[in-house]
Design a protein around this ligand. Structure first.
Ligand SMILES: Cc1ncc(C[n+]2csc(CCOP(=O)(O)OP(=O)(O)O)c2C)c(N)n1
Ligand SMILES: [Mg+2]
Length: 386
């Protein structure tokens, strides 16, 4: 392989200045528009049973997400980061993976976890502050939720490299947010992944906001998909609220990765309909009109409309799904609330061996928990909240 590029060649008595034709492309893909128009040529042909299961999972994610918000407001769950409005992308990507493939999320990919077999209580454990939520169930090749922005890209790259070295025909799908693409970790992971030609599908969920920072202040690039060009690979931008488009683009990228074609960048255009987490108020940084516009593109009713048109979904099926899912959520909440969480686990599982600093912090927490609370002041006793 040549490792140098020819400098611009002299043509006659002129040294030219001209465009460099790049071998890579950036495409844009949408299959089912927000107002229900379907491009039949692009429609992925999925078995009816799969379509039903996909819809049920999307609905389960929506309902569990809503329940988590309520539990947080009731003081029964820690800070919560909702994924309402973004369900189609993680679910569509998870659908394209084989069981033995690897899935590396951030923290807004609940539907993918449900699709890949994580029990609902795991989600509650994680957001409830229990380390039990980070323990991947046996037999599932997924990493736990990742809040340090961008770090998971490096883990995913390493896993994908491992897949290649093992030659076991598995691939890795990684998620990152629009904000996450500004981190060095994203760049380093992509650079390494493309130089080593590893089987990685990098999915950027562009939900237009990184907490209160809008997309246009995050990057001057017209698209985030075009970042792929700098690494020498193809990028594709899909309507991330259109599960059919996500599946069409991802299945191609997965197939390419599995057959030795290397990484792909997929930018999924979506929108976070709720707050970043329960710790912020989005009314402070974005308008109600903007949110209302995106409500119209909500992936759940869009997918439901498609299935109803095909005769795959009706009122009875929808009602039955809701009953079953409600029962599942109740069961998961019961398990979550009846499980003793050991706060010391957060120190135990940080590293294989606890560092002296972690030992010190753990001892401090122990002392704190053993110290009896001071007696309430007369004002507190009188019910005067201070
Ligand atoms: C390394 C690091 N820096 C800062 C933060 C604080 N933080 C949490 S979420 C977030 C924004 C992430 O935005 P984006 O990647 O677009 O993901 P989204 O929350 O929109 O899904 C930031 C800055 C963090 N968790 N980790
Ligand atoms: Mg974002």
């Amino acid at each position: 392989m040549r490792v140098w590029a020819d400098p611009p060649q002299k043509k006659g008595n002129r040294v030219p200045r001209e465009n460099i034709p790049l071998p890579c492309r950036v495409e844009s893909l949408s299959v089912l528009s927000a107002d229900g128009v379907l491009d039949k040529d692009l429609e992925p042909k999925l078995p009816e049973a799969d379509l039903k299961r996909l819809y049920r999972t999307m609905l389960a994610s929506r309902m569990l997400d809503q329940r988590c918000l309520m539990l947080q407001r009731q003081g029964r769950l820690g800070t919560y980061g909702p994924c309402r409005g973004q369900e189609a992308t993680p679910l569509g990507v998870a659908y394209c993976l084989r069981e033995e493939d690897w899935f590396v999320p951030t923290y807004r990919e609940l539907p993918a976890y449900l699709w890949r077999g994580w029990p609902m209580e795991k989600h509650l454990y994680w957001w409830g502050g229990s380390e039990l939520g980070s323990a991947t169930p046996d037999g599932i090749n997924d990493l736990p939720l990742c809040v340090p922005i961008g770090t998971q890209c490096q883990h995913a790259m390493g896993i994908a490299w491992g897949c290649k070295l093992r030659g076991d025909n598995t691939i890795c799908a990684c998620f990152v947010g629009d904000g996450g693409t500004s981190q060095g970790d994203f760049h380093e992971a992509m650079n390494f992944a493309t130089v080593y030609h590893v089987p990685l599908v990098m999915v950027i969920q562009n939900n237009h906001w990184a907490i209160s920072l809008p997309r246009h202040k995050q990057s001057a690039s017209q698209t985030l998909a075009q970042k792929a060009l700098a690494y020498g690979i193809d990028g594709i931008q899909v309507d991330g609220n259109d599960i059919l488009a996500v599946i069409a683009a991802t299945s191609e990228a997965v197939e390419k990765a599995r057959t030795g074609g290397g990484p792909t960048v997929i930018e999924a255009i979506t929108y976070r309909l709720m707050m970043h987490t329960t710790a912020d108020d989005p009314k402070k940084y974005r308008t109600a009109e903007e949110v209302a516009e995106w409500e119209k593109r909500d992936p759940l009713p869009r997918f439901a409309g498609y299935l109803r048109q095909k005769g795959i979904l009706d009122d009875d099926t929808e009602a039955a799904f809701k009953d079953e899912i409600n029962a599942e959520i109740e069961h998961a909440v019961e398990i979550y609330e009846n499980t003793q969480h050991d706060p010391f686990d957060m120190f135990r599982y940080m590293y294989a061996e606890m560092t002296p600093e972690l030992q010190r912090q753990m001892a401090e927490l122990k002392r704190h928990l053993e110290t009896p609370l001071p007696a309430p002041s007369p004002r507190e006793q009188a019910g005067d909240v201070v």
